[in-house]
Design a protein around this ligand. Structure first.
Ligand code: ADP
Length: 497
């Protein structure tokens, strides 16, 4: 253990005069030193070697080994020990010499107790300050080592991540990228930092998103849109960005991760192709069965066989719903494979909505519901778009509103424009949808199953078709719903596409 860190400092008196040794010991013990004594230099050196002596009171004039020699040996081997030489008037010069030889202080002999106290206390204070300074230095070094280790640990983790990671500052300049990012974008490991994001990534829309996030545009967003794109070499990536926030919630930049989703995309395409092929193969035999059922049903009408009529009608309803489902599946796979041809025409959305609403009026009346179309006073901008896609979008949304709203319910379609965006919302006061299903309803074949929906037939393909079409028109669809109160689906369509 280090003597200097203990409360009791160890002190050695080396003097051949017993009265001096004993007198000094009394005073110093009272000052709470651990006092050791030696009557000659050789014994003194031995004690310094064995104990953890911090201060030595050393008489310069002793028989045997001379005090100067003892001092020299102590300083050679135990540099930290403070030596206070005790010297008579006659040896003042020697005292000065001793100071040059490394003695800490000197005290003339004979000395008053106070003189001794002052000199020894000063030595003790020097030791205390020295210990404290050393402690601080060690702590500082440890903190720096810890920090360094923490930093290199985080760096190692980021470098080992299988996903690409890139960090930008608030100007959208790249300040960190990991090897996976470099691999995904075909960059060499020596690629320099500090360039704008578009130096490394050519996907324009993504760069715009990264810059927007870096500049703080998405600070209050819970769900920042992900961005899927192809790198051109048949590889698909999904980017997900997040702002990096400082202590005062200010935006410091963005962190963006990149995941290779090529395998998922390929699988998805194979699945869609399979579904499309099977649907296509099923469509013609089913249509034939449907038509033949029609012929047999007509015959049954003539023969007035109630039972046959009932059975055949049911069978025809089933084949009809299968044909509709196949139609939906084929639509969906066309939308997903982006092979659906857009037939672009100038369209006044108000007219299109009126005709969809009129077309569905029969179903609305059958359920005693009211369906109103609320248009803004100013005319909407003309859209150049595919009318079939729009009819399918709003046809599906309004049909759902009718289906999932009780008899006598209310449905309202509203169209308005804000700058270069047209908003159409379909609002009902029907069954509503539990928040936990709101994401799932846009997935293929997903249907909410509960007491209200039990007897409503459907395929779970309507909303995926709607979403696919809205996406292909460059728009977005959102939904808000409260169970028991109703739902509002809102479609945003850009005017200039
Ligand atoms: P389908 O209507 O054929 O079941 P969709 O994809 O159109 O398929 O809708 C998926 C599910 O979303 C529906 O089964 C229904 O549970 C729910 N849903 C859709 N629209 C509404 C609505 N307006 N009100 C309540 N639930 C709805």
């Amino acid at each position: 253990m280090n003597q200097e860190s203990m409360d009791h400092v160890q002190l050695l008196i080396v003097d051949d005069e017993e009265s001096i040794r004993e007198g000094a010991k009394r005073i110093l013990t009272r000052m709470e030193f651990d006092v050791f004594m030696a009557s000659n230099g050789a014994d003194g050196l031995k004690i310094v070697g064995e104990k953890d002596i911090a201060i030595v009171l050393l008489d310069l004039k002793m028989p045997g080994m001379d005090g100067m020699e003892v001092l020299q040996r102590i300083k050679e081997k135990y540099i930290r020990v403070l030596v206070i030489v005790i010297t008579g008037f006659a040896t003042l010069e020697t005292a000065i010499e001793a100071m040059k030889g490394g003695a800490y202080d000197f005290i003339p002999k004979p000395f008053e107790p106070d003189q001794l106290r002052i000199v020894v206390n000063r030595a003790r204070e020097t030791i205390r300050l020295r210990t404290e300074a050393e402690k601080l230095e060690i702590e500082k070094r440890r903190t720096l080592v810890d920090l360094g280790m923490e930093k290199s640990r985080i760096r190692t983790i980021i470098e080992s991540l299988p996903n690409g990671v890139v960090v930008t500052n608030r100007n959208g300049q790249v300040v960190l990228m990991n090897p996976a990012f470099q691999r995904l974008f075909g960059l060499s490991p020596q690629t320099p930092l500090h360039n704008a994001i578009n130096f490394y990534v050519s996907e324009e829309e993504l760069c715009k998103l990264v810059i927007d996030i870096s500049k703080g545009k998405y600070i209050d967003f819970e769900d920042i849109p992900t961005h899927e794109f192809s790198t051109g070499s048949g590889q698909y990536l999904m980017a997900r960005g997040q702002p990096v926030l400082g202590e005062k919630n200010e935006c410091l930049g963005a962190v963006v991760t990149f995941m290779d989703i090529t395998a998922m995309k390929v699988l998805d395409r194979l699945k869609s192709e399979f579904v499309a092929k099977v649907s296509h193969e099923l469509r013609s035999p089913l249509s034939t069965i449907h038509e033949q059922l029609g012929v047999v049903l007509r015959d049954a009408m003539e023969e007035e066989s109630q039972r046959d009529q009932y059975l055949l009608t049911r069978a025809q309803e089933k084949t009809q719903s299968l044909i509709s489902m196949i139609g939906d599946l084929l639509d969906l796979s066309r939308i997903e494979s982006k092979s659906a041809k857009m037939d672009l025409k100038p369209i006044q959305l108000e007219d299109l909505l009126k005709s969809v609403v009129d077309f569905l009026d029969v179903r609305v009346k059958a359920k005693n519901q009211t369906l109103t179309l609320k248009l803004s006073e100013t005319k909407l901008s003309e859209l150049t778009t595919d009318p079939m896609a729009l009819e399918s979008i709003f046809g599906n949304l309004i049909t759902n509103a009718i289906n999932y709203t009780q008899d006598g319910g209310r449905i309202q379609v509203t169209a308005s424009q804000a700058m270069d965006k047209i908003l159409v919302s379909v609002e009902d006061n029907g069954f509503g949808i539990d928040a936990k299903y709101l994401d799932q309803i846009f997935e293929k074949f997903y249907r909410v199953k509960n007491e209200n929906t039990r007897f409503i037939t459907g395929t779970g393909l309507g909303l995926p078709i709607v979403k696919g079409l809205v996406d292909s028109l460059g728009g977005t669809i959102t939904v808000e719903s409260t169970p028991g109160m109703g739902s509002t689906f809102t479609v945003m369509l850009p005017v200039n596409r």
